[in-house]
Write a protein that binds this ligand. Structure first.
Ligand code: ASP
Length: 325
């Protein structure tokens, strides 16, 4: 009898252990990983994330399944990942909006980018471009600015939701040139770009990765890149300084984050896989062709990303407090 009771207890303990205790970190990953992308498919966050995670999956020996969770400038997705189990199987490819600027625009943001996540790795820097519908009546940035100032009441500008990169960089641009166009939100800048190419939207400030093919195909116009240097993917597009608006400087970024408390060995494995992907010639070729800036090894560490998030939260606060809602 005693033996039977002990056997039952042992089985109960084993059952509990089996369901509650996670597989040890050294076995990670033992099943597929979900990568949450907070914007629509085919947009810059989605494209960067998929290029890198496709390679990471090979290194890790498990598939990485992308799930696009859209809405509220990416903050719905980030909230979900902040609350997900911290076992390394749910990650997010966030960006300068979800993991920095949103803090200044959502008074009740349900997560804190700097304390509710484990930074994994910076994937890409993404210069911001000012782009417009292909028949926009301005031949260069100076004419563009004159036109938008004269017609601000009738203009539509697109963005990917409050706090998104396109929203905050668009707000910065509008503030600098002192205009208040109508903002039209989309679930990402892939659908915004479609609307721009169809002439339903007048202009947009977006991450370069989204717009290079459309500019090259002549489907939209590019007026300037908001970085100190021209971008090798679009060498004919002037910088904002060259085109007469040096005050408008903007470069965004995309990075992988895990929920807070994800074990350090798991973060290290993910970081190593991401860094290996960024050293792969084919991954680099694809990212560079779209105008991304590939981070140096020193910029790819979790510590460097933690620092970037802090700096960016602080950098956007005064800017976004000054801009129109
Ligand atoms: N570029 C977008 C943004 O404005 C998001 C996306 O579609 O990746 O934040």
């Amino acid at each position: 009898m005693v033996v039977r009771i002990m056997a039952v207890c042992a089985a109960a303990v084993a059952g509990v252990m089996g369901t509650v205790v996670a597989a040890p970190a050294q076995d990670y990953p033992s099943r597929s990983i979900t990568m949450i992308v907070p914007f629509a498919e085919h947009g810059p966050t989605d494209v960067i994330s998929r290029i890198v995670t496709e390679h990471m999956a090979k290194t890790l020996g498990q598939s990485i399944v992308t799930e696009n969770v859209v809405g509220a400038g990416g903050t719905i997705a980030a909230t979900r990942v902040a609350r997900a189990p911290n076992d390394g199987y749910t990650l997010i490819t966030g960006h300068m909006g979800t993991h920095a600027a949103a803090v200044s625009l959502y008074p009740n943001l349900p997560y804190r980018p700097d304390t509710d996540f484990e930074p994994v790795a910076l994937l890409a820097g993404t210069p911001i471009l000012i782009v417009a519908r292909k028949d926009f009546p301005a031949k260069d940035l100076k004419e563009f600015i004159a036109y938008v100032r004269a017609n601000t009441g009738t203009l539509n500008t697109a963005h990917a939701g409050v706090g998104s990169v396109s929203h905050v960089s668009g707000q910065l641009f509008n503030q600098i040139v002192n205009i208040r166009p109508t903002g039209v939100p989309f679930n990402g800048t892939a659908p915004a770009l479609k609307a721009l190419a169809a002439g339903q939207i007048d202009y947009l400030c977006d991450q370069i990765v989204n717009v290079v093919p459309a500019i090259k195909a002549g489907a939209i116009k590019a007026y300037a890149v908001a970085t100190p240097e021209r971008n090798p993917a679009l060498p004919e597009v002037p910088t904002t300084a060259e085109a007469g608006l040096p005050a408008f400087q903007a470069q965004a970024w995309n990075a992988i984050f895990a929920p807070k408390g994800t074990p350090a060995p798991i973060i290290a494995r993910l970081n190593a896989a991401a860094s290996k992907a960024l050293d792969d010639p084919e991954v680099r070729r694809r990212l560079l062709a779209l105008g991304s800036v590939i981070p140096s090894p020193a910029e790819r560490t979790p510590q460097a990303l933690a620092q970037l998030v802090k700096v960016e939260i602080d950098r956007w606060k005064p800017v976004l407090m000054a801009v129109a809602p």
